[in-house]
Design a protein around this ligand. Structure first.
Ligand code: HEM
Length: 449
C-alpha cells in the first residue's frame, strides 16, 4: 500500500499515525478506528492506495444504503469469499440481485421460519445434553457447531455436524482459507498461490457435494420434499414462471450457509460473554422466562412477550455487532448530504462497530446497559446509528431467522446453565468475516440455579 493525496478537507490519521496506533493497541483494528472517529468526527479517510472513508454521519449512511444504493457496489467483508458464494444474494449486483431477492423473500417470512422452531430447540437440547456443572467448554466452537447444524437442517435437512460432517468441515475449511487470504494480502506470490489452490480444491469438493444434494432432491417427487429452504428454492419461480438455474441454486444455498451460521454463532458468543460478566442480568432473564413461559418451550409467538430478553440481545449486538462493517465502492462521483465529495472507485466503510459506540447517541458507550432498548428509550435511537442487520435493499434477508434462532438458543441454554469465564480479563474482538472473540471463548458450565 502506498500513501496518496487525500482531499485536504477530509480529516484522518497519517499512515505513520495509523501504524503507531495499531502497534500501540496490539493491532486492535476496530477499537483503533472507533478512537479515530472520536478524534476526527463522523467522516475520516484512511491513507490507503484507494481513499477509504470511514463514515458514521446518519444522513450519509441513509443516502448510501437507502436513498441511492445503486451507486454503491458491494466490496470487502461478506463478498471476499465470492469464489465460494458465487452470485448468491450477498455478492450479486442489480438486476440479478433484485430478481433473486424477490424470489427468495417468501422463504424468510414469519410463517415459514417459525416451522424451524422445533428443530432449533431439539438441536440445542441434543447438543448440550451431556453438559454438566463444572465442565470446561470453548463456547465459540460449541456455538459454531450448533449453528452449522441448524443451518444445514434448515437448508437441506442434513446435519452438517454429524452425518454431513465432511461437507460441514469443507465449509469451515473454505471459510478459513478465505479469511486467511483476506488477512494476508502481503504474502509472497508462491504462498498466496498455495492458499488459492487449496481454496479451489475445497470449492470443487463443495460443488460436487452440492450438485449431488440438488440432483437427489430433484429425483424425489415434489410431494415428498421435506420442509426446508432447498425445497422452497427449487419450487420457487421467477416472475416469468421459469425455475432458478442449478448454478444459482447452488450459490444461494452456499451463501445462506456462510452468511447464516457464523453471524448467529458470534451473536450468541458475545451474549454469553456479557452474561458471564453481568450475572444480575442473567437473574433478570430467568425471572422473565419463569413469568412468561412457565414450563413452556419458547416460540416465535413469545417474541413480543419477552421484552427484557430482546433488550439484552439488542444491546449485545450494539456492543458486538457480528457483521461489524458494510463495505461499498462508489460507482459514479457524488456529493453526500454532509458535503463529502466522492469520486468513482473510492472505498467506503460504514462500520456498525464504530456507529454503535458513538457517545452522541449511546452515553457511556462501552457499558452494557440493556435498558437503552427499553420501550421508553428505544425510540430515541435513530435508525441510521444502530443497524446490526444493515439497511435498505441489501438489508439482511435472514434477520427474522437469526432473531428467532438467537432467542430460542438463549432461552433453551440459559434456563439450564450459566457460563463463567475460564480466564480473567476482557475478551477482545477479532475482525474476521464476523466479529469473533479473539482466542476463542473458554468457559465453565454452571447450573443456572
Ligand atoms: C445475528 C445474525 C446476523 C447478522 C448480524 C447479519 C447481518 C447482515 C448484514 C449487516 C447484512 C447486510 C450486508 C450489506 O449490506 O453489505 C446481511 C445480509 C445478508 N444476510 Fe445476514 N445476518 C445475520 C444472520 C443471517 C442469517 C441467519 C441468514 C440466513 C439464514 C442471513 C443471510 C443473509 C443474506 C442472504 C444477506 C444478503 C442480503 C442481500 O444482499 O439481499 N443472515 N446480514
Amino acid at each position: 500500500m502506498s500513501a496518496t493525496q487525500t482531499p485536504a478537507r477530509t480529516p484522518g490519521p497519517s499512515r505513520l499515525d495509523l501504524l503507531k496506533h495499531f502497534f500501540r493497541s496490539g493491532f486492535r483494528f476496530v477499537e483503533a478506528l472507533t478512537e479515530e472517529a472520536e478524534k476526527h468526527g463522523d467522516t475520516f479517510v484512511l491513507p490507503l492506495e484507494v481513499p477509504t472513508y470511514i463514515l458514521r454521519n446518519p444522513d450519509d449512511i441513509k443516502h448510501i444504503l437507502v436513498s441511492n444504493p445503486l451507486n454503491y457496489h458491494k466490496t470487502g467483508g461478506l463478498t471476499v469469499g465470492e469464489k465460494v458464494i458465487g452470485q448468491g444474494l450477498v455478492s450479486s449486483e442489480e438486476p440479478l440481485h433484485g430478481k433473486q431477492r424477490r424470489t427468495m423473500q417468501p422463504m424468510f417470512h414469519k410463517a415459514s421460519i417459525s416451522k424451524f422452531t422445533e428443530m432449533m430447540l431439539e438441536s440445542t437440547a441434543s447438543h448440550t445434553r451431556d453438559w454438566k456443572d463444572g465442565d470446561s467448554i470453548d463456547m465459540s466452537l460449541e456455538m459454531m457447531h450448533l449453528t452449522i447444524t441448524i443451518v444445514g437442517l434448515s437448508l437441506f435437512n442434513v446435519d452438517l455436524y454429524r452425518e454431513g460432517r465432511e461437507l460441514g468441515m469443507e465449509f469451515n475449511r473454505a471459510l478459513n482459507l478465505v479469511t486467511r487470504i483476506q488477512l494476508m494480502p502481503f504474502l509472497p506470490k508462491w504462498a498466496m498461490g498455495s492458499l488459492q489452490r487449496k481454496l479451489d480444491d475445497s470449492i470443487s469438493k463443495i460443488d460436487e457435494a452440492m450438485a449431488k444434494i440438488i440432483s437427489d432432491r430433484r429425483k424425489l417427487p415434489e410431494s415428498e420434499w421435506p420442509h426446508d429452504l432447498l425445497s422452497m428454492i427449487l419450487a420457487s419461480r421467477y416472475e416469468d414462471g421459469s425455475p432458478m438455474p442449478d448454478k444459482l441454486v447452488r450459490d444461494e444455498v452456499v451463501t445462506i450457509i456462510l452468511a447464516g451460521h457464523e453471524t448467529v454463532a458470534n451473536h450468541l458468543n458475545w451474549t454469553w460473554y456479557l452474561l458471564a460478566r453481568h450475572p444480575e442480568v442473567h437473574d433478570k432473564l430467568l425471572k422473565e422466562w419463569d413469568e412468561v413461559l412457565g414450563g413452556e418451550e419458547p416460540s416465535m409467538e413469545h417474541m413480543g412477550r419477552l421484552p427484557y430478553t430482546l433488550m439484552v440481545l439488542a444491546e449485545s449486538m450494539r456492543l458486538y455487532p457480528p457483521a461489524w462493517t458494510l463495505a461499498r465502492r462508489v460507482v459514479a462521483p457524488e456529493k453526500l448530504p454532509s458535503g463529502l465529495e466522492l469520486k468513482a472507485g473510492d472505498e467506503l466503510l460504514i462500520m456498525q462497530y464504530v456507529s454503535h459506540r458513538n457517545p452522541a447517541y449511546f452515553p457511556e458507550p462501552e457499558k452494557f446497559i440493556p435498558e437503552r432498548f427499553s420501550a421508553e428509550n428505544k425510540d430515541s435511537i435513530p435508525k441510521y446509528v444502530y443497524y446490526p442487520f444493515g439497511l435498505g435493499p441489501r438489508f439482511c434477508i435472514g434477520e427474522g431467522f437469526a432473531r428467532l434462532e438467537a432467542l430460542l438458543l438463549l432461552v433453551k441454554m440459559g434456563r439450564r446453565f450459566r457460563f463463567e469465564m475460564a480466564r480473567s480479563g476482557e475478551v477482545r474482538p477479532e475482525t474476521l468475516i464476523a466479529l469473533r472473540p479473539r482466542k476463542g471463548l473458554p468457559m465453565i458450565v454452571r447450573n443456572a440455579r
